[in-house]
Write a protein that binds this ligand. Structure first.
Ligand SMILES: [Zn+2]
Length: 245
C-alpha cells in the first residue's frame, strides 16, 4: 500500500494491522545532532539497520525516547526516520530531513536514503516482518527500487541479525519484493461454487457423489446446474457401468 505523507510526516495511523505512531524528536539545544534540518535528497532508497540493542525493553518506543534525549544532550550525531518493533512502527524524524544513520557523512546513505532501525525485541520475526512491510510501503510510495544495508554505506556490520543468517539479506530483499508484488496483483475472484442441489435432485446427487459417479472440477465445483457436454455425459455413464461390472 502507499502511504499518505505530508511535510515528511506519515498521516496514516496503520500499515495493515500495525499501528504507526508519531514520536518526532523535538529540536533542542544548539547542535543539529539528531534533528539535522538538512533536506533529504531524493530519496533514492531505504537503508535497513538493527538497533544493536538486544535488551528486552529496547523496543521502538524506548528508542524514540532515547533519541529525544540524545537531541537534548547535543552530543551524539545519530538518528533514524523509523524504529520498528513487533507491535508498532514509530516515526522519529520527518522523511524530508536527513538522518545520521549510515556513517558516510554527507554521502548518499545519509543524504538520500530513508532509515529504518529494526528493534531486536521479541518476537524478533515480527519486528523484521513489520520492517519489511514498512520498506515495501515506502518504496511503493516513492517509487523506489533500492534497499541498502548500513554495511553497504560504511562497512559497519549492520543489520547484524539479518547479515548473520545465511542468505539473510537476500531473503529480506525478496520478502519486500513479494509484499510489493502481492499488492500490485489484482485480487483473485473467489470461485462461485454450484454445489447445492435442488430439493427434488438431492437424493440422486447424494447417491452420485457417494458412488463417485459425479465428481467436481479441480476447484471443487460440481456445476450442478450446468448442462453436461456429450463427453461428460458418457464419462458419467462409463463410471456407472464400470461400477456395475
Ligand atoms: Zn546500522
Amino acid at each position: 500500500m502507499t502511504l499518505h505523507i505530508n511535510n515528511g510526516l506519515i498521516q496514516d495511523s496503520y500499515l495493515g494491522e500495525v499501528p504507526i505512531l508519531q514520536r518526532i524528536v523535538t529540536s533542542q539545544g544548539s547542535a543539529n545532532n539528531v534533528r539535522t534540518h538538512l533536506p533529504l535528497e531524493g530519496p533514492i532508497g531505504v537503508t535497513i539497520h538493527n538497533t544493536g540493542n538486544s535488551a528486552p525493553s529496547a523496543d521502538a518506543l524506548a528508542h524514540a525516547s532515547w533519541l529525544a534525549n540524545v537531541e537534548a544532550e547535543d552530543s551524539l550525531y545519530v538518528g533514524a526516520h523509523f524504529f520498528v518493533d513487533a507491535q508498532r512502527i514509530v516515526q522519529t524524524l520527518p522523511l524530508n530531513e536527513i538522518s545520521w544513520h549510515a556513517g558516510d557523512g554527507m554521502g548518499k546513505g545519509n543524504a538520500a536514503t530513508i532509515s529504518i532501525e529494526i528493534c531486536e525485541t521479541s518476537p524478533y520475526e515480527r519486528c523484521e516482518a513489520n520492517a519489511m512491510a514498512l520498506a515495501a510501503a515506502l518504496m511503493e510510495t516513492y517509487q523506489l527500487n533500492d534497499l541498502y544495508t548500513h554495511e553497504m554505506w560504511s562497512g559497519k556490520y549492520c543489520p547484524r541479525l539479518i547479515l548473520v543468517r545465511e542468505g539473510g539479506w537476500q531473503g529480506f530483499v525478496e520478502g519486500v519484493a513479494r509484499i510489493r508484488a502481492a499488492e500490485t496483483m489484482p485480487p483473485m475472484a473467489a470461485p462461485v461454487l454450484d454445489n447445492t442441489p435442488s430439493p427434488w435432485a438431492q437424493e440422486a446427487v447424494d447417491w452420485a457423489l457417494a458412488n463417485r459417479f459425479l465428481v467436481g472440477d479441480d476447484t471443487g465445483n460440481l456445476r450442478l446446474h450446468a448442462a453436461p457436454t456429450r463427453e461428460e455425459l458418457v464419462a458419467i455413464l462409463h463410471r456407472i457401468t464400470k461400477e456395475r461390472g
